[in-house]
Design a protein around this ligand. Structure first.
Ligand code: GLU
Length: 504
Protein backbone atom coordinates (compact mmCIF):
# COMPACT_ATOMS: atom_id res chain seq x y z
CA UNK A 1 0.00 0.00 0.00
CA UNK A 2 1.48 3.31 -1.12
CA UNK A 3 1.25 6.08 1.47
CA UNK A 4 2.77 9.49 0.79
CA UNK A 5 2.61 12.81 2.54
CA UNK A 6 2.91 16.50 1.96
CA UNK A 7 4.46 17.96 5.09
CA UNK A 8 4.58 21.75 4.90
CA UNK A 9 5.68 23.99 7.74
CA UNK A 10 3.25 26.85 8.37
CA UNK A 11 5.97 29.48 8.27
CA UNK A 12 4.52 31.77 5.62
CA UNK A 13 2.64 31.68 2.35
CA UNK A 14 2.96 28.33 0.58
CA UNK A 15 5.14 28.88 -2.48
CA UNK A 16 4.21 27.48 -5.85
CA UNK A 17 7.11 25.00 -5.49
CA UNK A 18 5.41 23.57 -2.41
CA UNK A 19 2.21 23.26 -4.37
CA UNK A 20 4.06 21.22 -6.98
CA UNK A 21 5.39 18.91 -4.24
CA UNK A 22 1.84 18.44 -2.95
CA UNK A 23 0.57 17.76 -6.47
CA UNK A 24 3.22 15.14 -7.24
CA UNK A 25 2.50 13.35 -3.96
CA UNK A 26 -1.21 13.43 -4.67
CA UNK A 27 -0.79 12.13 -8.21
CA UNK A 28 1.56 9.37 -7.12
CA UNK A 29 -0.89 8.26 -4.42
CA UNK A 30 -3.86 8.25 -6.79
CA UNK A 31 -1.95 6.47 -9.54
CA UNK A 32 -1.03 3.69 -7.13
CA UNK A 33 -4.38 3.52 -5.35
CA UNK A 34 -2.58 4.71 -2.28
CA UNK A 35 -3.16 7.36 0.33
CA UNK A 36 -2.16 10.98 0.39
CA UNK A 37 -1.60 12.51 3.81
CA UNK A 38 -1.31 16.15 4.74
CA UNK A 39 0.79 16.68 7.84
CA UNK A 40 1.45 20.08 9.34
CA UNK A 41 5.03 20.40 10.60
CA UNK A 42 4.63 23.17 13.13
CA UNK A 43 7.36 22.41 15.64
CA UNK A 44 9.36 25.56 15.02
CA UNK A 45 7.67 27.95 17.41
CA UNK A 46 9.75 30.91 16.29
CA UNK A 47 8.82 30.60 12.66
CA UNK A 48 5.13 29.81 13.13
CA UNK A 49 2.93 32.18 11.14
CA UNK A 50 -0.71 32.65 11.98
CA UNK A 51 -2.99 31.80 9.08
CA UNK A 52 -0.39 29.81 7.15
CA UNK A 53 -2.02 26.44 7.83
CA UNK A 54 -5.41 27.66 6.76
CA UNK A 55 -3.82 29.07 3.62
CA UNK A 56 -2.27 25.69 2.76
CA UNK A 57 -5.69 24.03 3.05
CA UNK A 58 -7.35 26.62 0.86
CA UNK A 59 -4.66 26.47 -1.79
CA UNK A 60 -4.90 22.68 -2.10
CA UNK A 61 -8.66 22.84 -2.13
CA UNK A 62 -8.59 25.37 -4.96
CA UNK A 63 -6.56 22.95 -7.08
CA UNK A 64 -8.68 19.93 -6.23
CA UNK A 65 -5.88 18.19 -4.36
CA UNK A 66 -7.67 16.44 -1.54
CA UNK A 67 -5.94 14.64 1.31
CA UNK A 68 -7.15 11.30 2.58
CA UNK A 69 -5.86 12.12 6.05
CA UNK A 70 -5.16 15.58 7.44
CA UNK A 71 -5.81 17.73 10.51
CA UNK A 72 -9.31 18.20 9.09
CA UNK A 73 -9.81 14.61 8.11
CA UNK A 74 -8.69 12.24 10.82
CA UNK A 75 -7.43 8.83 9.83
CA UNK A 76 -5.87 6.11 11.94
CA UNK A 77 -2.48 7.78 12.27
CA UNK A 78 -3.29 11.16 13.80
CA UNK A 79 -2.94 13.70 15.13
CA UNK A 80 -1.73 15.25 11.87
CA UNK A 81 -0.32 18.41 13.41
CA UNK A 82 3.12 17.88 14.92
CA UNK A 83 2.51 20.30 17.79
CA UNK A 84 -0.13 17.83 18.98
CA UNK A 85 2.34 14.93 19.00
CA UNK A 86 5.00 16.24 21.40
CA UNK A 87 4.70 13.31 23.81
CA UNK A 88 5.33 10.87 21.01
CA UNK A 89 8.62 12.53 20.10
CA UNK A 90 9.73 12.61 23.74
CA UNK A 91 9.26 8.88 23.96
CA UNK A 92 11.36 8.23 20.87
CA UNK A 93 14.13 10.60 21.87
CA UNK A 94 14.29 8.77 25.16
CA UNK A 95 14.70 5.51 23.28
CA UNK A 96 17.75 6.86 21.46
CA UNK A 97 19.20 8.25 24.70
CA UNK A 98 18.69 4.93 26.47
CA UNK A 99 20.46 3.10 23.68
CA UNK A 100 23.41 5.48 23.66
CA UNK A 101 22.54 6.75 20.17
CA UNK A 102 21.86 10.29 21.28
CA UNK A 103 23.14 12.47 24.09
CA UNK A 104 22.30 15.54 26.19
CA UNK A 105 24.25 18.70 25.45
CA UNK A 106 24.35 21.64 27.86
CA UNK A 107 26.58 24.01 25.91
CA UNK A 108 25.49 27.63 26.16
CA UNK A 109 25.20 29.84 23.08
CA UNK A 110 28.49 31.50 24.11
CA UNK A 111 30.22 28.15 24.37
CA UNK A 112 28.95 27.15 20.95
CA UNK A 113 30.14 30.43 19.53
CA UNK A 114 33.56 29.85 21.08
CA UNK A 115 33.62 26.33 19.59
CA UNK A 116 32.92 27.68 16.12
CA UNK A 117 35.58 30.33 16.46
CA UNK A 118 38.18 27.78 17.49
CA UNK A 119 37.29 25.40 14.68
CA UNK A 120 37.49 28.25 12.25
CA UNK A 121 40.89 29.34 13.52
CA UNK A 122 42.16 25.78 13.35
CA UNK A 123 40.75 25.61 9.81
CA UNK A 124 39.06 22.34 10.77
CA UNK A 125 37.58 20.45 7.84
CA UNK A 126 34.31 20.08 9.73
CA UNK A 127 33.39 23.24 11.65
CA UNK A 128 30.27 21.90 13.29
CA UNK A 129 29.40 20.07 16.52
CA UNK A 130 30.50 16.60 15.52
CA UNK A 131 32.25 13.37 16.37
CA UNK A 132 35.56 15.19 15.93
CA UNK A 133 35.04 17.69 18.73
CA UNK A 134 32.11 16.58 20.87
CA UNK A 135 34.42 15.11 23.51
CA UNK A 136 35.62 18.64 24.23
CA UNK A 137 32.11 19.95 24.82
CA UNK A 138 29.72 19.98 27.79
CA UNK A 139 27.50 16.99 27.19
CA UNK A 140 26.48 13.67 28.65
CA UNK A 141 29.34 11.98 26.80
CA UNK A 142 31.93 14.04 28.69
CA UNK A 143 30.26 14.64 32.06
CA UNK A 144 29.69 12.21 34.91
CA UNK A 145 26.12 10.96 34.91
CA UNK A 146 25.39 12.41 38.39
CA UNK A 147 26.24 15.87 37.05
CA UNK A 148 24.00 15.33 34.08
CA UNK A 149 21.13 14.25 36.28
CA UNK A 150 21.67 17.22 38.60
CA UNK A 151 21.66 19.70 35.75
CA UNK A 152 18.47 18.23 34.33
CA UNK A 153 16.80 18.18 37.75
CA UNK A 154 17.80 21.82 38.28
CA UNK A 155 16.10 22.76 35.03
CA UNK A 156 19.25 23.75 33.15
CA UNK A 157 18.55 24.18 29.46
CA UNK A 158 19.75 21.36 27.26
CA UNK A 159 19.28 19.89 23.82
CA UNK A 160 19.48 16.28 22.68
CA UNK A 161 21.86 15.54 19.83
CA UNK A 162 22.25 12.53 17.59
CA UNK A 163 25.53 10.69 18.07
CA UNK A 164 26.91 10.11 14.61
CA UNK A 165 29.68 7.58 14.11
CA UNK A 166 32.90 8.76 12.49
CA UNK A 167 34.36 7.31 9.29
CA UNK A 168 31.20 5.79 7.96
CA UNK A 169 29.57 6.12 4.61
CA UNK A 170 25.81 6.62 4.58
CA UNK A 171 24.02 5.83 1.38
CA UNK A 172 20.71 7.23 0.24
CA UNK A 173 19.01 5.60 -2.67
CA UNK A 174 17.02 8.28 -4.37
CA UNK A 175 14.47 7.22 -6.96
CA UNK A 176 15.28 10.26 -9.08
CA UNK A 177 18.93 10.88 -8.37
CA UNK A 178 20.18 7.36 -7.81
CA UNK A 179 22.70 6.60 -5.12
CA UNK A 180 23.94 9.50 -2.99
CA UNK A 181 26.76 8.74 -0.52
CA UNK A 182 27.92 10.90 2.34
CA UNK A 183 30.82 10.47 4.71
CA UNK A 184 29.73 10.93 8.35
CA UNK A 185 32.87 12.97 9.05
CA UNK A 186 31.36 15.77 6.99
CA UNK A 187 28.11 15.68 8.97
CA UNK A 188 27.21 17.18 12.35
CA UNK A 189 25.52 15.85 15.46
CA UNK A 190 22.21 17.53 14.69
CA UNK A 191 19.92 18.59 17.47
CA UNK A 192 16.92 16.26 17.75
CA UNK A 193 15.19 17.91 20.69
CA UNK A 194 15.46 21.62 21.37
CA UNK A 195 15.67 23.27 24.78
CA UNK A 196 11.98 24.22 24.58
CA UNK A 197 11.14 20.50 24.58
CA UNK A 198 10.06 20.61 20.93
CA UNK A 199 11.59 18.17 18.50
CA UNK A 200 13.50 19.47 15.51
CA UNK A 201 12.25 18.90 11.99
CA UNK A 202 14.59 15.93 11.50
CA UNK A 203 13.37 13.93 14.45
CA UNK A 204 9.67 14.70 14.14
CA UNK A 205 9.74 14.12 10.41
CA UNK A 206 11.15 10.65 10.54
CA UNK A 207 9.21 9.53 13.62
CA UNK A 208 6.02 10.61 11.89
CA UNK A 209 6.91 9.14 8.53
CA UNK A 210 7.51 5.87 10.30
CA UNK A 211 4.41 5.93 12.50
CA UNK A 212 2.24 7.11 9.64
CA UNK A 213 3.56 4.24 7.54
CA UNK A 214 4.83 6.48 4.76
CA UNK A 215 6.26 4.40 1.93
CA UNK A 216 7.64 7.17 -0.32
CA UNK A 217 9.04 10.53 0.70
CA UNK A 218 8.56 12.85 -2.27
CA UNK A 219 9.88 16.33 -1.53
CA UNK A 220 11.94 19.20 -2.88
CA UNK A 221 15.61 18.87 -3.70
CA UNK A 222 16.51 21.28 -0.90
CA UNK A 223 15.93 18.39 1.51
CA UNK A 224 18.42 16.07 -0.15
CA UNK A 225 21.28 17.14 2.18
CA UNK A 226 19.13 16.05 5.15
CA UNK A 227 18.40 12.63 3.72
CA UNK A 228 21.61 10.91 4.98
CA UNK A 229 20.80 11.99 8.53
CA UNK A 230 17.27 10.69 8.06
CA UNK A 231 18.55 7.37 6.80
CA UNK A 232 20.84 7.19 9.81
CA UNK A 233 17.95 7.95 12.16
CA UNK A 234 15.83 5.17 10.65
CA UNK A 235 18.74 2.84 11.16
CA UNK A 236 19.19 3.99 14.78
CA UNK A 237 15.57 3.19 15.53
CA UNK A 238 15.82 -0.10 13.73
CA UNK A 239 13.17 0.95 11.22
CA UNK A 240 13.08 0.46 7.52
CA UNK A 241 13.47 3.78 5.74
CA UNK A 242 10.87 4.81 3.15
CA UNK A 243 11.93 5.34 -0.44
CA UNK A 244 13.10 8.83 -1.30
CA UNK A 245 12.40 10.95 -4.36
CA UNK A 246 13.82 14.47 -4.36
CA UNK A 247 12.14 16.72 -6.91
CA UNK A 248 14.18 19.05 -9.14
CA UNK A 249 14.39 22.72 -8.26
CA UNK A 250 12.17 25.30 -9.90
CA UNK A 251 14.43 27.68 -11.81
CA UNK A 252 14.04 31.27 -12.94
CA UNK A 253 12.49 31.58 -16.41
CA UNK A 254 15.97 32.35 -17.79
CA UNK A 255 17.15 29.10 -16.24
CA UNK A 256 20.01 30.36 -14.12
CA UNK A 257 19.35 29.80 -10.45
CA UNK A 258 16.50 28.98 -8.17
CA UNK A 259 13.20 30.80 -8.65
CA UNK A 260 12.58 33.29 -5.86
CA UNK A 261 9.78 35.64 -4.92
CA UNK A 262 12.03 38.48 -5.99
CA UNK A 263 12.30 37.03 -9.52
CA UNK A 264 8.57 36.59 -9.70
CA UNK A 265 8.00 40.19 -8.57
CA UNK A 266 10.57 41.45 -11.05
CA UNK A 267 8.97 39.56 -13.93
CA UNK A 268 5.42 40.37 -12.88
CA UNK A 269 4.00 36.99 -12.05
CA UNK A 270 2.82 35.52 -8.74
CA UNK A 271 4.70 33.05 -6.57
CA UNK A 272 1.79 32.12 -4.31
CA UNK A 273 -1.24 30.10 -5.42
CA UNK A 274 -3.70 32.43 -3.66
CA UNK A 275 -3.16 35.98 -2.58
CA UNK A 276 -1.11 36.13 0.60
CA UNK A 277 -0.77 38.90 3.14
CA UNK A 278 2.44 38.81 5.09
CA UNK A 279 1.30 39.28 8.69
CA UNK A 280 4.52 41.07 9.65
CA UNK A 281 4.90 43.56 6.85
CA UNK A 282 1.26 43.53 5.74
CA UNK A 283 2.58 43.21 2.20
CA UNK A 284 -0.09 41.71 -0.03
CA UNK A 285 1.08 39.41 -2.83
CA UNK A 286 -1.44 38.65 -5.52
CA UNK A 287 -1.87 34.93 -6.12
CA UNK A 288 -2.18 32.95 -9.34
CA UNK A 289 -5.88 32.64 -8.65
CA UNK A 290 -6.48 36.37 -8.33
CA UNK A 291 -4.29 37.04 -11.35
CA UNK A 292 -6.75 34.95 -13.35
CA UNK A 293 -5.09 31.56 -13.69
CA UNK A 294 -7.54 28.68 -13.60
CA UNK A 295 -6.96 25.71 -11.31
CA UNK A 296 -6.83 23.45 -14.38
CA UNK A 297 -4.02 25.59 -15.76
CA UNK A 298 -2.01 25.40 -12.57
CA UNK A 299 -2.35 21.64 -12.25
CA UNK A 300 -1.34 21.12 -15.87
CA UNK A 301 1.50 23.63 -15.67
CA UNK A 302 2.95 22.31 -12.40
CA UNK A 303 2.67 18.69 -13.53
CA UNK A 304 4.97 19.49 -16.43
CA UNK A 305 7.47 21.38 -14.29
CA UNK A 306 9.86 18.52 -13.68
CA UNK A 307 7.85 15.64 -15.10
CA UNK A 308 7.05 14.72 -18.69
CA UNK A 309 4.66 12.17 -20.15
CA UNK A 310 7.24 10.79 -22.58
CA UNK A 311 5.37 12.08 -25.60
CA UNK A 312 4.32 15.38 -27.14
CA UNK A 313 1.05 15.74 -25.27
CA UNK A 314 0.81 18.98 -23.33
CA UNK A 315 -2.76 19.18 -22.13
CA UNK A 316 -3.59 17.11 -19.08
CA UNK A 317 -6.45 17.19 -16.64
CA UNK A 318 -5.95 16.32 -12.99
CA UNK A 319 -7.92 13.16 -13.53
CA UNK A 320 -5.83 12.11 -16.50
CA UNK A 321 -2.63 12.78 -14.59
CA UNK A 322 -3.73 10.48 -11.78
CA UNK A 323 -3.75 7.68 -14.35
CA UNK A 324 -0.38 8.25 -15.98
CA UNK A 325 1.87 10.00 -13.47
CA UNK A 326 5.00 8.11 -12.43
CA UNK A 327 8.29 8.87 -10.75
CA UNK A 328 10.40 7.46 -13.59
CA UNK A 329 9.69 10.45 -15.77
CA UNK A 330 10.77 13.07 -13.27
CA UNK A 331 13.93 14.79 -14.40
CA UNK A 332 17.03 15.45 -12.35
CA UNK A 333 17.62 18.80 -13.98
CA UNK A 334 15.91 21.90 -12.59
CA UNK A 335 12.70 22.99 -14.27
CA UNK A 336 12.51 26.46 -15.81
CA UNK A 337 9.46 28.37 -14.65
CA UNK A 338 8.17 29.38 -18.07
CA UNK A 339 5.26 31.68 -17.32
CA UNK A 340 4.45 31.99 -21.03
CA UNK A 341 3.56 28.33 -20.98
CA UNK A 342 1.20 28.96 -18.07
CA UNK A 343 -0.42 31.78 -20.04
CA UNK A 344 -0.79 29.58 -23.07
CA UNK A 345 -2.42 26.86 -20.98
CA UNK A 346 -4.72 29.39 -19.40
CA UNK A 347 -5.85 30.54 -22.83
CA UNK A 348 -6.52 26.94 -23.71
CA UNK A 349 -8.59 26.25 -20.60
CA UNK A 350 -10.40 29.56 -20.86
CA UNK A 351 -11.47 28.74 -24.41
CA UNK A 352 -12.58 25.30 -23.36
CA UNK A 353 -15.00 26.70 -20.80
CA UNK A 354 -18.70 26.59 -21.71
CA UNK A 355 -19.95 29.90 -23.12
CA UNK A 356 -22.61 30.09 -20.42
CA UNK A 357 -19.97 30.04 -17.71
CA UNK A 358 -17.86 32.66 -19.45
CA UNK A 359 -20.98 34.75 -19.99
CA UNK A 360 -21.71 34.63 -16.27
CA UNK A 361 -18.18 35.83 -15.58
CA UNK A 362 -18.62 38.58 -18.11
CA UNK A 363 -21.85 39.67 -16.44
CA UNK A 364 -20.14 39.76 -13.07
CA UNK A 365 -17.28 41.87 -14.46
CA UNK A 366 -19.76 44.25 -16.13
CA UNK A 367 -21.63 44.57 -12.86
CA UNK A 368 -18.43 45.37 -11.02
CA UNK A 369 -17.92 48.20 -13.50
CA UNK A 370 -21.44 49.42 -12.92
CA UNK A 371 -23.16 48.07 -16.04
CA UNK A 372 -25.96 45.58 -16.22
CA UNK A 373 -25.69 42.98 -18.92
CA UNK A 374 -28.19 40.28 -19.82
CA UNK A 375 -27.21 36.67 -20.20
CA UNK A 376 -28.21 36.90 -23.84
CA UNK A 377 -25.98 39.86 -24.54
CA UNK A 378 -23.07 38.37 -22.60
CA UNK A 379 -23.46 35.11 -24.54
CA UNK A 380 -23.18 36.97 -27.83
CA UNK A 381 -20.16 39.03 -26.74
CA UNK A 382 -18.10 36.16 -25.32
CA UNK A 383 -17.55 34.18 -28.55
CA UNK A 384 -16.45 37.38 -30.30
CA UNK A 385 -13.70 38.22 -27.84
CA UNK A 386 -12.61 35.01 -26.18
CA UNK A 387 -9.71 34.44 -28.60
CA UNK A 388 -8.20 37.66 -27.34
CA UNK A 389 -8.28 36.74 -23.67
CA UNK A 390 -5.62 35.11 -21.52
CA UNK A 391 -7.45 35.64 -18.23
CA UNK A 392 -11.10 35.94 -17.26
CA UNK A 393 -10.57 39.63 -16.44
CA UNK A 394 -9.54 40.20 -20.06
CA UNK A 395 -13.16 39.62 -21.02
CA UNK A 396 -13.98 43.09 -19.79
CA UNK A 397 -10.81 44.65 -21.20
CA UNK A 398 -11.90 43.37 -24.59
CA UNK A 399 -15.62 43.95 -24.25
CA UNK A 400 -16.14 47.24 -22.42
CA UNK A 401 -17.07 49.14 -25.58
CA UNK A 402 -20.29 47.19 -25.88
CA UNK A 403 -21.43 49.24 -22.87
CA UNK A 404 -19.47 52.46 -23.08
CA UNK A 405 -19.30 54.88 -25.97
CA UNK A 406 -15.62 55.41 -26.73
CA UNK A 407 -14.28 58.80 -25.76
CA UNK A 408 -10.99 58.41 -27.48
CA UNK A 409 -10.22 57.24 -30.97
CA UNK A 410 -7.05 55.46 -32.00
CA UNK A 411 -4.81 58.17 -33.38
CA UNK A 412 -3.09 56.21 -36.09
CA UNK A 413 -6.32 54.78 -37.49
CA UNK A 414 -7.95 58.18 -37.51
CA UNK A 415 -4.98 59.77 -39.27
CA UNK A 416 -4.77 57.11 -41.94
CA UNK A 417 -8.29 55.79 -42.37
CA UNK A 418 -10.76 58.46 -41.33
CA UNK A 419 -11.24 59.89 -44.82
CA UNK A 420 -14.02 61.81 -46.48
CA UNK A 421 -14.55 58.79 -48.67
CA UNK A 422 -15.01 56.49 -45.68
CA UNK A 423 -17.24 58.96 -43.86
CA UNK A 424 -19.58 59.14 -46.86
CA UNK A 425 -19.89 55.38 -46.95
CA UNK A 426 -20.53 55.26 -43.20
CA UNK A 427 -23.31 57.84 -43.56
CA UNK A 428 -24.98 55.82 -46.26
CA UNK A 429 -24.39 52.59 -44.33
CA UNK A 430 -26.05 53.90 -41.17
CA UNK A 431 -29.07 55.10 -43.05
CA UNK A 432 -29.43 51.65 -44.66
CA UNK A 433 -28.92 49.38 -41.65
CA UNK A 434 -31.71 50.93 -39.62
CA UNK A 435 -34.05 49.61 -42.28
CA UNK A 436 -32.84 46.00 -42.02
CA UNK A 437 -35.43 43.48 -40.87
CA UNK A 438 -32.94 41.05 -39.43
CA UNK A 439 -29.79 42.94 -38.54
CA UNK A 440 -27.55 39.86 -38.38
CA UNK A 441 -23.91 40.00 -39.33
CA UNK A 442 -24.46 38.54 -42.82
CA UNK A 443 -27.03 41.20 -43.69
CA UNK A 444 -24.89 43.89 -42.10
CA UNK A 445 -21.95 42.89 -44.24
CA UNK A 446 -24.05 42.96 -47.38
CA UNK A 447 -25.27 46.42 -46.46
CA UNK A 448 -21.76 47.71 -45.94
CA UNK A 449 -20.70 46.24 -49.28
CA UNK A 450 -23.68 47.80 -50.94
CA UNK A 451 -22.90 51.25 -49.52
CA UNK A 452 -19.26 50.95 -50.51
CA UNK A 453 -20.03 49.83 -54.03
CA UNK A 454 -22.56 52.58 -54.49
CA UNK A 455 -19.93 55.16 -53.63
CA UNK A 456 -17.36 53.39 -55.70
CA UNK A 457 -15.03 52.36 -52.94
CA UNK A 458 -13.72 49.11 -51.40
CA UNK A 459 -14.55 47.55 -48.03
CA UNK A 460 -10.93 47.75 -46.96
CA UNK A 461 -11.10 51.55 -47.08
CA UNK A 462 -14.18 51.67 -44.88
CA UNK A 463 -13.84 48.94 -42.27
CA UNK A 464 -11.09 50.58 -40.14
CA UNK A 465 -13.13 53.79 -40.02
CA UNK A 466 -16.23 51.89 -38.95
CA UNK A 467 -14.29 50.05 -36.27
CA UNK A 468 -12.71 53.17 -34.85
CA UNK A 469 -16.08 54.92 -34.78
CA UNK A 470 -17.72 52.05 -32.87
CA UNK A 471 -14.93 50.96 -30.53
CA UNK A 472 -12.33 53.72 -30.61
CA UNK A 473 -9.76 51.07 -31.49
CA UNK A 474 -7.57 50.20 -34.43
CA UNK A 475 -8.05 46.46 -34.11
CA UNK A 476 -10.39 43.98 -32.55
CA UNK A 477 -12.73 41.09 -33.15
CA UNK A 478 -15.09 40.51 -36.07
CA UNK A 479 -16.53 43.91 -36.99
CA UNK A 480 -19.87 42.64 -38.27
CA UNK A 481 -20.30 40.74 -35.04
CA UNK A 482 -19.68 43.96 -33.14
CA UNK A 483 -22.37 45.78 -35.14
CA UNK A 484 -24.78 42.94 -34.57
CA UNK A 485 -24.28 42.99 -30.80
CA UNK A 486 -24.34 46.79 -30.55
CA UNK A 487 -27.55 46.93 -32.56
CA UNK A 488 -28.31 49.17 -35.50
CA UNK A 489 -29.53 52.16 -33.51
CA UNK A 490 -26.44 52.29 -31.33
CA UNK A 491 -24.23 51.76 -34.39
CA UNK A 492 -25.86 54.68 -36.14
CA UNK A 493 -25.53 56.85 -33.06
CA UNK A 494 -21.84 56.09 -32.68
CA UNK A 495 -21.13 56.73 -36.34
CA UNK A 496 -22.84 60.12 -36.08
CA UNK A 497 -20.96 60.96 -32.92
CA UNK A 498 -17.63 60.08 -34.50
CA UNK A 499 -18.42 62.15 -37.58
CA UNK A 500 -19.20 64.98 -35.26
CA UNK A 501 -16.06 64.61 -33.25
CA UNK A 502 -13.44 63.68 -35.85
CA UNK A 503 -12.19 65.91 -38.60
CA UNK A 504 -11.50 64.57 -42.03
N1 GLU B 1 8.42 20.53 6.82
C1 GLU B 1 9.27 20.37 5.70
C2 GLU B 1 8.98 21.52 4.75
O1 GLU B 1 8.54 22.52 5.20
C3 GLU B 1 9.02 19.03 5.06
C4 GLU B 1 10.15 18.46 4.29
C5 GLU B 1 9.88 17.01 3.98
O2 GLU B 1 8.98 16.76 3.18
O3 GLU B 1 10.50 16.16 4.57
O4 GLU B 1 9.15 21.48 3.57
Amino acid sequence: MVRVRFAPSPTGGLHIGGVRTALYNYLFARKNNGQFILRIEDTDQNRYVEGAEDYIMKALEWLGISADESPQRQGHFGPYRQSERLNIYKEYVQQLLDNGLAYYAFDTPEELEEMRRELQEAKASNQQYSAANRMQMRNSLTMPSEDVEKLIAAGSPYVVRIKLPSDEIIEVNDLIRGKVSVQTNTMDDKVLMKSDGFPTYHLANIVDDHLMKITHVIRGEEWLPSAPLHVFLYRSFGWQAPQFAHLPLLLKPEGNGKLSKRDADRLGFPIFPLSWTDPKSNEVSEGFKEKGYLPETMVNFLALLGWNPGNEQEIFSLDELTKIFNLDRISKAGAKFDIQKANWLNEHYLRSMPTSKLAESFMALAKQEGYSCSMEKASSIVPLIIERCTFIQDLWNNGWYFFVVPNEYDDKTVRKKWTAEAVNVLKLFSSLIVKLNTPKSEAIKETLEKAATELDTGLGRVMPALRVALTGQGGGPDLMGIVEVLGVEETKKRIELAIDRLKV
